[in-house]
Write a protein that binds this ligand. Structure first.
Ligand code: AMP
Ligand code: TRP
Length: 335
């Protein structure tokens, strides 16, 4: 049995990129009876200023979506990051093992610096330091692997580095966790529908770029219909020359369970219009079920799901932090 950690940040609505890149993968692992720690990263949601009402609403919505997609709280340890105080405690302890240069080299920080023209007086501190919180999220549970999309690989590298540092400098025995990234071609990075060179994301100004899990069925259809393709009218996987159609093939593959090759064969005499209709159908069929489950879930269901494993999760997290504190030389009389 493997222990696996995964989290989703509580910003904005979940989309099919999150579903294919993370949730669908979690469902597979749940079926294999691995030990899963799955959480909503609400503290990460505070990295950039956000309305308190919105973060509260997002957190609940993501828990509900996890459940609606099929995560079973009897099999998976489902929780909200800020409810387990040890995340912030380990975060600080780990920050003493990093240096500023290491954090400044992270892609997300560099992107922000370019966008904000190096004006550090307007860039929130959280953008720089949040990778350390992510490392804490992971090491608290000492997992074998972490389920993430391709874009998070750099943070897993930092996790490995800090786990090694803890082990070497403080005589601890943390496992060095591996990034577990969706293997399906391209599935770890679903691209924006109208701009297949960029990633599908929660916060895109062009609303036709992203299919949200709670989109109306008409919107899903419209977004697939208006997805950017090319003039060749040939359903062939080639992410360099045909990024739009390749992205649609990847999406279809994730929802139909057909391989890229099987899809190319199935649609070899077809055209983009028919292919798009088929894609809309498979997405709508799945999202209809998820949306119907979602609409039946209540606040009480969320509370119960979160209560189920809270004590055990807290115990594991507290145990990890206490070991680190002790070996770092901090007094530990209260525990
Ligand atoms: P985020 O939306 O950034 O909190 O991501 C939550 C999870 O979904 C992470 O494992 C991401 O790497 C994954 N994810 C986010 N966007 C995509 C995308 N466009 N394609 C595939 N996976 C994604
Ligand atoms: N930073 C991750 C993202 O944006 C979300 C996340 C936070 C996470 N902590 C984590 C994912 C720990 C895996 C493990 O996608």
């Amino acid at each position: 049995m493997k222990r696996i950690v995964s989290g989703i940040t509580a910003t904005g609505n979940l989309h099919i990129g999150n579903y294919i890149g993370a949730i669908q993968y979690l469902l597979k692992e749940q079926d294999k009876n691995n030990e899963l720690f799955v959480f909503v990263a609400d503290l990460h949601g505070l990295t950039i200023p956000i309305d308190p009402k919105l973060i509260n609403q997002n957190t609940k919505e993501i828990i509900k979506l996890y459940l609606a997609c099929g995560l079973d709280p009897k099999k998976v340890k489902l929780f909200v990051q800020s409810e387990i105080k040890e995340h912030t405690e380990l975060f600080y302890l780990l920050s003493t093992l990093t240096n500023i240069g290491q954090l400044e080299r992270m892609t997300q920080y560099k992107d922000k610096m370019i966008k904000q023209k190096n004006k550090t007086n307007v860039i929130p501190t959280g953008i720089l330091i949040y990778p350390i919180l992510m490392v804490a999220d992971i090491l608290l549970y000492n997992p074998d692997s972490v389920i993430v999309g391709q874009d998070q690989k750099q943070h897993i590298e930092l996790t490995k580095l800090l786990a090694q540092k803890l082990n070497n400098n403080y005589d601890l025995k943390f496992k060095i966790p591996e990034a577990q990234i969706v293997k399906k071609e391209g599935g770890s990075k679903i691209m924006a529908l109208r701009n297949p060179e960029g990633k599908m994301s929660k916060s895109d100004n062009e609303k036709n770029n992203t299919i949200f899990l709670l989109d109306s069925l008409e919107d899903i259809n419209k977004k697939i219909t208006t997805a950017l393709t090319d003039s060749e009218n040939k359903i062939k996987y080639d992410p360099i020359k045909k990024p739009g159609i390749s992205n649609l093939i990847t999406i279809y593959s994730a929802f139909s369970n057909l391989s890229i090759k099987e899809i190319e064969d199935k649609f070899k005499d077809s055209n983009y219009k028919n292919f798009k209709e088929e894609i809309s159908n498979v997405i709508i069929n799945r999202l209809k079920i998820i949306q119907s489950n979602f609409s039946k879930l209540t606040d009480k269901d969320i509370k119960e799901a979160l209560k189920l494993n809270r004590d055990e999760i807290k115990k594991i997290a507290a145990n990890s932090v206490n070991k680190v504190k002790k070996n770092m030389g901090l007094l530990n009389y209260v525990n």
